[in-house]
Each structure stands twice: as structure tokens, then as C-alpha cells.
Design a protein around this ligand. Sequence first.
Ligand code: GN1
Ligand code: MG
Length: 362
Amino acid sequence: MEANLYEIAKYFQLEGEVKKITPLGEGFINDTYIIETEADDSPNYLMQRKNKNIFTDVPAMMDNIERITSHLKKKISAQGGDVMREALTVIKTKEGALYYIDQEEEYWAVCLFIAGSVTYEAADTPELAYSGGKGIGKFQRMTSDFTGKLSDILPGFHDIRFRFKQWDEVLAKDPVNRKKVLGKEIAWIEERREEMLEFWKKVEAGVIPTRVTHNDTKINNILFDDKGEVLCVIDLDTVLSSTALNDFGDAIRSYANTGSEDDKDLDKVTMDVKIFEAYTRGYLSEAKSFLTPVELDHLAFSAKYITYEQVLRFLMDYIDGDNYYKIKYAGHNLVRTHAQYKLLQSIEKQYDEMKIVVKSIL
Ligand code: GN1
Ligand code: MG
């Protein structure tokens, strides 16, 4: 049965009468709706059905979000900033909970829609990439002194050792018999297994430190004001303790791609080093102050790592029978695999240049 959105909205502490609830965007994971209210002076809201197959502990996830946003708001307020615009605000239920569970056992959460905020689907200019980098750098800087403990709600999320374990299991099962024609693609993963594990060993050994990380640093997860200044980072579902490098690498994977994540035209897919440079400049303008030399040394590598991981995750989901990512057509996950692999090859080709770019900024 389709949920009655208007009934669900009633459980939350909303200001003003609800006028309209409409779907927003096309995330692969959650379903998002915008709640518009009647009066001009009452705020609008975002309401989400959290994907409980992926987020198996929604209460812990919401608790992480609440703790991080409270930390951010304390700092923003101490600096005289606007706590309602420079950080996400979770709207509680009338009973004071961070989420509502409906009759179908679906989890719902609401946050404030920041009026006048703007999002971008693609970072197609260096200026925008610079601002996005600054946004993520600022988020990491402001959480760099967070001493609380975050629940590990997505165990092994960017841990390639864990991903290889899943990968080996899925390949051994080959549940929908797709492996036989995928020899070439499987080799892309296997050829780089050791290189990727070497990096992760440094994280495991603490040589690369663990920090508060966002884990989904696409440009559309940053809100800007009408002058193009960063307001705040949104979509905090995947906030975790991990390496800050993953956030950097994931941003490059999405920002610097001249094509789209699922481009069928592979000629369009390359890594734009100008965008890489701009993002890195913006990011380091905030992050240079707290990153260690080892982290700085691995910035360029992290773009390879995360793009590789994404190739693995798309291909693994395809072999598994498309259970994780929402797909729009049969074979979508394989198209995504090819497009992300093309991006990985482009990063590999420009890797030396990327390292020189990072050095030139430091
Ligand atoms: C998922 O749905 P979205 O776009 O927020 C995924 C990311 C992937 C991304 C690929 C929890 O994020 O890790 O990089 O798709 N999020 C989760 O587009 O798996
Ligand atoms: Mg996300």
C-alpha cells in the first residue's frame, strides 16, 4: 500500500498548514518529498522514507545525524553564524523522536528546507568546484574536534577489505548466472586488488587517521545561497568515522567526471584535471589546517580508490542481480560499471599530474 504522505507528515512538529507534498529528486537509496506549507512565513520541509534495507539501524543513523548537527550548531552559534541556515535541522516528531515508524514499519524523518537555498546537479565550472571543495573542507574542519562516538551504521562502507569479502561471496554464488560473460570486467577489479588493499592497510594501521566523514560528497549534497556561497552540507545519512580521504576521492569521482555516472557514451567520460585542481584548492583552503602529511600525500590516490570501489560496487550489484542500487533499465548497473571504469582509467592516466597539482597548492 502506498503510504499516505499527508498522514505521516502530521506526526512531525511542523509549523504551518501543509499545502502540498511532492516527490523530489531521484536518489538511489531513499525516497524524498518536499512538504510545502500554506503561509509564506512558515518554512517548507523535506520528508524522507529511509531505506531500511541499506540503513539497517535507522535509529542509530538519526542519532548520528542529531549529534553531528548539534555539534555544528554549537560552533556556528559561537561564531555568530545562523544556526538554521548553516547546518541541517532535524525536525522531531510530536513525541520528540528523531523519526516516525509507520504501519508498514517504514522509517520516516523530516528536516527543515532552507529557504532560498540552491543546489547544483553538476560541478561544471571551476568556481563551483572550488566552492564545493570549500564546503566539504569546512564540514570536516568543523567536525574535526568532535569527540563523541558515532555508531558504525554502515559497517565496512568504504573498507575495501570488506568489499572484497562481499565481492568474493557474490562471485562464488553468481546467483543470476551473469559471471560467465564478465571476464573482462572482473579482471579490472582483480588486477588492482593489491594496490587498493595496500592503501586500506594504512587506514587499518592508523597511519591514516580516522575522522568524521560525510561519505556522499556529490555537489548536490551541498546547499548554496543565492550568491553562490556555501550554506551547509546535507544528506548526513552516511556520516561515519572513516578516513577524510574517502570524502575527497568521492567528490573528485563525481565533480571531475566530464560525463555522467551512467554515461553510455564512454568518449564523454574523462577526469577533468581543471575541476580536480579547483576542488582541491577549495578543499585545502579549509582542510590544510588539520590534515596530516600522510593524508595530504594520498589525496590524489583517494580519487583512484573511491572510483575503483564504485566500479566494484556497481559490478558486484549487477552480478548479484541488482539488489542494492535502484536501476532504470535492465543492464543499468553494467552501464554504470563501464562508465566508472572509463573514469578510473582517465584518473590513472593523469595520476602523476594530479599529484603535481596537489603539491603546487600546498
Ligand atoms: C548512493 O543514493 P545516493 O546517490 O545518495 C550510495 C553511494 C554511491 C552513490 C552512487 C548509502 O548514494 O555510496 O556512491 O549512490 N549510497 C549508499 O551514485 O550506498
Ligand atoms: Mg546519499
